[in-house]
Structures are given as C-alpha cells and as structure tokens.
Design a protein around this ligand. Sequence first.
Ligand code: SAH
Length: 396
Amino acid sequence: MPAVLVPDRLTRHVAAGHPWLYADAVPALAGARTGEIVTLLGQGRRPIGSALFDAESPIALRVLGTGRDEPAGPALWRRRLETAWLLRQSTLDLTTTDAFRLLHGEGDRMPGVVVDMYAGCAVLKLDTAAWLPHLAELTAAVVEVVRPRSIYFKGLSGQRGGAEVPPAQRPRVLHGAEPAPLIEIREYGMKLQVDVRRGQKTGLFLDQRDNRRLVRQVARGREVLNLFSYNGGFSVAAALGGATRVTSVDLARAAVDAARDNFAVNGLDPAAHAFVAADAFDDLARREQAGESFDLVVCDPPSFAPNQKAVRAAQSAYTKLNAQALRRVRPGGLFAAASCSSHVSMDMFLQTLRESSRVARRPLRVLEVRSEPPDHPTPLHFPEGRYLKFVLTVAE
Ligand code: SAH
C-alpha cells in the first residue's frame, strides 16, 4: 500500500476530523493511481490513518479513518453505514418522512460518497472518481445495512451527461429493480414525486426539509412567491399551510411541471395557483414593473460561488437578488432567503442581507437562522462543509 508523510502541522487536523488533504500540502505520491488507499504517516513514520487518493483533484487525499479505526475496506464501509443509519433512526422522524440522506460524505466519515433514500430506493452519488474501484463494495454495504428496494447510481457530481462519460461513471441501476419513473415520498406528511433519474442532485433538495416545514407553519392566509422553486417543495408546503395563492418560478420547464403535479398529488387544485417557467431575475423585474407584492417571498437560488475566486461576485449577486426580491414583500410580510454556496459563510450571507435590506430601504427582523438538518452532519473541524444558509425575516 502506498504511504505519504503528512506534514506535522496537518496531523492534528487529521486527528481532529478534518477529512481533506490538498495536493499542494502533501508530498507528491509518485506512481499511486486514483482510487488507491494510501497510508498516512505522522512523526517518525508512524501510521496515523488512511486516505483515498485522487490524482486529478486538488483534494488529493480524502481521509477514510484514523488510528482508532479498522483498516479501510468493506468492513469499514459497512460500519460507517451502520453508524449513519442508527444516527438517522434516532434523529429523524421516520414515521412521517421517508426521504432523507443516509450517508453525507465527509459528515459520516465517508468523504465523497452520498447516499439518499427515497421511499426505500437508494440513490448513490460520488464527488470523486476515486470511489469507482470500490463501488461494488459500497453497493454491498448499502444492501446489507438498509436492504433497499433498489440502488441507483447517479454518477459523479458536476458531471454532464453525454457520450464522453466513461462507462464506469455512467448512471445506472447497481442493485434490485429499476426505480419507478416517479417515486412518491413523504416529508412530514407532505407528498412529493421525485424523479431520481432526471432530477437535479439525487432528485430532491433534502437539506431544505425542515425549512419547508417552517414555511408551512408560517404560510396561513398569505399570498406567496417562491423563486427558484424546483419541483415545488416550498410551494406545496406553503399551500398545505394555508397560503391563499402560491406562485412558483423556475427556469426549468420540467421542474415547473413537476411542481404543478406535486400540488395535485397533495389534493391541492393547481388552477388556484400560478406556475411560471422563467428566469427568476427577469420575472422579478416584470413584477416590479407591474407593482406586484406578496405576503411571503422565498428565494432559494442555485449556488453563485462555484469556487473561492467567485466569492466576491457571489456576494454582490446575493445582495442584488435579495434586494430585488425584498421589494416585492408587503409591509409586515415575510422574506426567506437561502444560499447553498459553501464558499459563502453564514456571516458573509447575513452581511449581504444587511446590504440588501439597506439598498431596498426595508429594515428586517430575523425570526430564524438555520443551516443543515441532522441528516447532513458536518465535522466541527470542517467548517467548509457547512454550506446551507436559510434566514427567515419579517420586513417593515
Ligand atoms: N427551493 C428548491 C431548490 C432550489 S434549487 C427546493 O427546496 O426544492 C435551484 C433551482 O433554481 C433549480 O430548480 C434550477 O432549475 C433553478 N434555476 C437556476 N437558475 C435559474 C434562474 N436564472 N431563474 C430561475 N430558476 C433558476
């Protein structure tokens, strides 16, 4: 097994639970191949753990275990999954919710592996090709621990479909039956149809579950605008919570159609609500022209900062978008702003909201500040992993 000497200043980070070692921070691993398991050596060349090697990524090594763990391999994957499953069983309400993240990569000490459960169907997604040689072992571990109806491999994150994708990286069924074209899941009793094959991420933005419930709780009697609505999670939640009329806006036609269907699935009449396939920025500008306003506006855009360099631009984009969205909120109405850019911290995001509030001349009071739910754990020593911001405010 190849080995690498971890610089002294990084060994305590590894011991504390930081899951990554960057290529430029460790000696080059001559001859090691992507997917190989590497022994991490500390002072005096004493083994301190093991890591998965990726020759193509700036994250050269993903830490699999430290001295206290058994060696990396099938038994460790199985134990990690068992631990993750027990945590979900003891921290989620699985009587009303059957869609959840079973394994959250770094947060469950399986860096780069995500497994989401949709009504008994597991969807597996990888951040790195380094896991591909271990895919059969991962599949066996998921089968043993949760006995899913099927396991669907969604491919590598950031990957675009097409002929150039190598066969090993292509989406496919890894175990059991083909997943249904639409899987109906329950989230705190709300139903949602999920298209795991063609949907974004693994099919649903599971990380907003508790925030959808919060929106449901505060929506009574309100006229709602949901920007970047995807398949209508916040919209259906608002309507079930007693919103008088919900307008859902998303650029993706398929997402807007799915949102409409999700109203019907919950016994809500889609004709009483509005579904708009449009660019949210254009849509907001049109509503500004028309002088429209709402009692609750939800704004949950895609990530604006794909990397550290884009952070400045992302901050000004959030400021502008949220100021524009905030102007559509009636006095005394609610405004919920979200961000999923991991490079934008909670403090930075709150600062952009202060700026939006100042620009829009609408003082805000904060009702709730939230980040990931319990099925998205993050090591305390890995603040990079805390990507979700959701801030519910009331506007003057
Ligand atoms: N709030 C959703 C998740 C939103 S993800 C939920 O809880 O499920 C971001 C969404 O923004 C995606 O559905 C994507 O299709 C959409 N999107 C991306 N760019 C957009 C744009 N310029 N205008 C409108 N929607 C956009």
